[in-house]
Design a protein around this ligand. Structure first.
Ligand code: PMP
Length: 407
């Protein structure tokens, strides 16, 4: 028996066994959002059937059950990230809201002339909040260059990192290229200058388990829907001392200690950043996704994913005029590509007719597409551990056909 039985694992994901446009679904858009195992669907369903109530406030049994499930999920996230304390795990709506929360919270610490280092390969979610912060504070946003292979240019990083740098915010894995960035080294270097560091883990968590203590970053953010969990919830890990120093993000119930018209005091971590009724069922669903992943053999799963990428790379030469954008050896199983004579969005539409789901366009990374001179973006096939080698082969067979008929 193989260590990682992909066919058995696929049976845990009901959505995968359906026909789309008359063909078996081949789901290769995991970078945009992955799918949920039965365990997550069931956990959310039984939460609503058996224990739903508002959390923290209630003086009754259902409220206790809901609170236990909700705070239990926070604990699972803490363990998943190897964060020192559950107080450092803040629920957000997703990666985007988490980055906005941090950018907002750092405003009082920035002054005109301070510099925020990002990179040319960031998702718009890790660019625009910093630009808005820069506008508010007079700080400047500077992008680290990318190399033609799609890696971060370390010379550019070292020359930009300086006395004025206050923040380094970089993606762990590029959503548009699949590159895994050397974030631990970069964080270590930034720390020597007292820089505050944020790592965007949106594309990392679906492929490997980050360790925030090993990375030593101040903030780590991700979205549950890319970790086989629900939409509408995400995570901000933040170092307690920084979270304590930051002002609250939104005001309302739950985030306060005491309210009066003479003045209001705020709740302790993590509640200070969680105004209003949270996404309770979604937290429970994310907890179930983490539990589900823990039942799989991580090493075998990662090896299977490498196998998918390797097979895809081998098959590129079988499609005339096909070029991969982003050829770093350090990649998650994701290929961003163009085919001469075909627009990426047409590739997407033609593949969809054959039941194959990919994404086409700028992937919310316009500065990166500009760097590569690809205003129409790329076509992107992003794999998850439940994809098979046969599906990789089906993708390439379909691309060969499309190229023959339409390029
Ligand atoms: N950063 C990266 C690297 C991403 O891939 C994404 C999602 N495509 C985001 C941020 C934003 O995530 P969300 O839309 O879930 O907030």
């Amino acid at each position: 028996q193989p260590l990682f039985d992909v066919y058995a694992v696929r049976r845990d994901f009901p959505i995968l066994s359906q026909q789309v446009n008359g063909k078996p679904l081949v789901y290769l858009d995991n970078g945009a959002s992955s799918q949920r195992p039965e365990a997550v669907l069931q956990a959310m369903d039984s939460y609503y059937r058996e224990m739903h109530s508002n959390v923290h406030r209630g003086a009754h049994t259902l409220a206790d059950r809901a609170t236990t499930a909700f705070e239990g999920a926070r604990k699972k996230v803490q363990q998943f990230l190897n964060a020192p304390s559950a107080r450092e795990i803040i629920w957000t709506r997703g990666t985007t809201e988490a980055i906005n929360l941090v950018a907002n919270g750092l405003a009082p610490l920035l002054k005109p002339g301070d510099e925020i280092l990002l990179s040319q390969m960031e998702h718009h979610a890790n660019i625009v909040p910093w630009q808005m912060l820069a506008e508010r504070t007079g700080a400047k946003v500077l992008p680290i260059d990318v190399t033609p292979e799609g890696e971060l240019d370390m010379d550019s990083f070292h020359s930009l990192l300086g006395e004025r740098t206050r923040v380094l915010a970089i993606t762990h894995v590029s959503n548009a290229l699949g590159t895994v960035n050397p974030v631990a080294d970069m964080v270590a270097k930034a720390k020597t200058q007292g820089v505050i560091t944020l790592v965007d883990g949106a594309q990392a968590v679906g492929h490997f388990q980050p360790d925030v203590q090993a990375l030593d970053c101040d903030f780590y953010v991700f979205s549950a829907h890319k970790l086989f969990g629900p939409t509408g919830i995400g995570v901000l890990y933040g170092r307690a001392a920084l979270l304590e120093a930051m002002p609250p993000w939104q005001g309302g119930g739950e985030m306060i200690e005491r309210v009066s018209f003479a003045g209001t005091t705020y709740n302790t971590l993590p509640y200070k950043f969680e105004a209003g009724t949270p996404a309770i069922a979604e937290a429970v669903g994310l907890g179930a996704a983490i539990d589900y992943l823990a039942t799989l053999d991580r090493d075998a799963m990662e090896a299977a994913e490498s196998g998918l990428l390797q097979r895809a790379n081998e098959l590129v030469s079988s499609v005339p005029g096909m070029t991969i954008i982003g050829t770093s050896p350090n990649k998650v199983p994701l290929i961003s590509f163009k085919i001469d004579g075909l627009h990426p969005s047409d590739i997407g539409t033609l593949l969809d007719q054959q039941g194959i789901a990919i994404r086409a366009g700028h992937h919310c990374a316009m500065p990166l597409m500009e760097y590569y001179g690809l205003p129409g973006g790329t076509a992107r096939a992003s794999f998850a551990f439940y994809n098979t080698l046969e599906e990789v082969e089906q993708l390439f067979a379909a691309l060969q056909k499309i190229q023959r008929l339409f390029a």
